[in-house]
Write a protein that binds this ligand. Structure first.
Ligand code: UT7
Length: 341
């Protein structure tokens, strides 16, 4: 289904970029499957069996999402040993911004007093972290910028229809951040690849300033600007693209699967991870999963998992790791990192 196109080779780069620090911020409010049983016709057993999710975090009603992003960013800056005034660019990947303008990135820039940084938001849904990493890598490798902050934050609890059991059990809220900067050659971001299938975009929608008649009809609740998804269609796309993108990024990097220490995929459904691992002939312990704790947190999913994997000692200096994701748009992407910290 997907054609294998070689990406520009890494030897053409002037500089190498890598992740210098990571940080996360999770809402304290834990919402379990049993809490959901009281709201919709569902069960803890169904949710665990069909998705692997046990609980998710929900942001406080009066807390703006960018505040969660700032908390994650402060931790990432500390872990990188970089001052906020050294940042050249802030990218915020999100599906659920507090405002369309000012952008989340400008709100984060203000909160961090990062006065030397340019700032913009990037929407690639759950693939937002991989897209942002590719942008940061290209700015740094050409020498245009030195330090880029990526913040991925989501308040999906604010856009789900809490009466729609087919979606409300899946999503959660969270923020994660990384600082990307120059690293020694042959370390850091080895390759990235990005893709989109706009013709399949109608399968996950969150309207904003406009909604079509067709999308209006799909929503039965009073609130119309809510998330709607055709889960089975997305599921089919997800398993295939996760396997394809993983193989592609390993090949583009001139490596084989045996060289890979860990795969950190977007956490949407444990059955998607198991299906992709099976296609690739990988053992389960090579594929990182924390979906039971947070559900699907869209763009924050991969960087939260990465932060945890690093803290758990699953990633060490020089290890090759694959980040791979898919999401609304539909979008997909992968990155191969040789851990540089
Ligand atoms: O990151 C964004 C991308 N999104 C995704 O990756 C989501 C991908 N899709 C999925 O993860 C799965 O398709 C779902 C978890 C959304 C659904 O799982 P499924 O195994 O595909 O279930 P289904 O939609 O085929 O529904 C099976 C049954 C239906 O009942 P009937 O028609 O067989 O009587 C649903 O009504 O399960 C029912 N159902 C539920 N039952 C209890 C759907 N949601 C629930 C629920 N609790 N929460």
């Amino acid at each position: 289904m997907w054609e294998h196109r070689m990406e520009p080779r890494s030897e053409h780069r002037l500089k190498w970029a890598g992740i210098l620090g990571t940080g996360i911020s999770l809402p304290g409010n834990i919402f379990t499957n049993h809490d959901l049983e009281k709201m919709v016709d569902t069960s803890d057993e169904w949710i665990i069996k069909r998705t692997g999710i046990r609980e998710r975090r929900i942001i406080d009603k009066d807390k703006p999402l960018h505040q969660l992003g700032i908390e994650a960013a402060e931790k990432a800056l500390l872990s990188a040993g970089i001052g906020s005034e050294e940042l050249d660019l802030i990218i915020v990947a999100t599906d659920t911004p507090d405002y369309l303008t000012p952008s989340m990135a400008c709100l984060v820039q203000r909160g961090l007093s990062a006065r030397n940084a340019a700032a913009f938001d990037l929407n690639a849904a759950c693939t937002g972290f991989i897209y942002s990493l590719a942008v940061a890598d290209n700015f740094i490798r050409t020498g245009y910028y030195s330090y880029v902050l990526i913040v991925c934050c989501e308040s999906l609890s604010r856009v789900v229809d809490w009466k729609d059991r087919s979606t409300c059990v899946l999503f959660g809220d969270a923020a994660a951040a990384v600082v990307v900067g120059p690293v020694d050659g042959n370390l850091g971001i080895i390759s990235t690849c990005l893709g989109a299938e706009g013709n399949l975009g109608h399968n996950i929608t969150i309207p904003c300033c406009y909604i079509s008649e067709e999308d209006l009809e799909k929503r039965s609740g009073e609130r119309k600007m809510t998330l709607w998804m055709d889960g089975s269609e997305v599921f089919k796309f997800a398993v295939g693209i996760m396997a394809f993108a993983t193989e592609k990024i390993v090949m583009d990097s001139g490596l084989s699967m045996d060289d890979i220490k860990l795969i950190i995929p977007h956490q949407a459904n444990i059955r998607i991870l198991d299906g992709a691992a099976k296609r690739l002939g990988l053992s389960e312990n090579m594929v990182y999963s924390n979906i039971h704790k947070y559900g699907n947190i869209s763009s924050a999913s991969i960087p939260v998992a990465l932060n945890e994997a690093v803290e758990d000692g699953r990633v060490a200096l020089g290890d090759n790791i694959v980040l791979v994701g898919f999401g609304g748009g539909l979008t997909w992407g992968a990155a191969l990192l040789r851990w540089a910290k």
